[in-house]
Design a protein around this ligand. Sequence first.
Ligand code: F6P
Length: 328
Amino acid sequence: MEPKTIKKIGVLTSGGDSPGMNAAIRAVVRAGLYYDLEMYGIYRGYEGMIQNDIKKLESRHITHVLERGGTFLKSARSAEFRTPEGRQTAYNNLKSHGIDALVVIGGDGSLTGAHLFYKEYGVPAIGLPGTIDNDLSGTDSTIGFDTACNTAIEAIDKIRDTATSHDRLFFVEVMGRDAGFIAINAGIGSAAAAILIPEKKMPIEHLVDKLKIRTKAKKASNIVIVAEGGKSGGATEIANLVKKHLPYYDIKVTILGHLQRGGSPSSFDRLIASKLGVAAVEGLLQGKYDVMAGLINNKVVYTPIKKAIVDDKSVDEDDFRVAKILST
Ligand code: F6P
């Protein structure tokens, strides 16, 4: 497509925040200023676009943000943006600032919003994959996923200490409503006895048999990782089911929850956020619209948003095989 003239870019973060979002905003703003563009921060995601919470960003606004968790632009899940009236108001507000293009940092819901907006109003938009869930196609890793896995593993290591001291069985719930990427990585990285993810059903009898075998082998502690969106329920439900089969086990449940969304981004998340932030601005200037910038084999790839949000990225079967071998 012939590139439109772009002079003012708006950047926003939307949906669940993720470590590295600040690093991505910084890179987008720095790259925009480098190319002599005016940069605008849209606060609280699409909600702020509707409320006209939009401010010009200069270099001084983005100093010392790269290393900070969360997002200084704040984030929200906007119900109003899902309505045509909400999007009309948002468009009018963008026009009043003269904003000609958008960079949307978020997960599948946020990128869906950018796609819809482009289709309806023709506002050039590029998405950046900002979610701890890693459930977007068109990128090997989403911004925040690596940090979330590190946080989960650090917490599970600590749980392991107390589990071993008391010969206990722990069910640890990690985030991932529809995706088991954090669960499988954290599970392999923390030597879990079993990993339960939304994409795959594990009959409770299999899990019980596995735990019995491990007990016979005199494993001092057992940790089972459960993704929050698991088919048989979260960690509490699974623990209750297992308790019925193994009443003599001392069972505890820990839900890691939003802990996984916070914290200073890892070096890897800082790097991908920085590369993708520059790629977003350069992509817009080259006329790449309605796409998500991702990294595949360390190279920037622009994937149509419609393709990136399709739920076809699934946990690698080989990771399962590895987890199985290592947990017997
Ligand atoms: O999409 C990221 C995520 O952290 C999911 O893993 C989780 O299910 C969800 O957001 C929680 O959302 P909220 O913070 O709105 O409860």
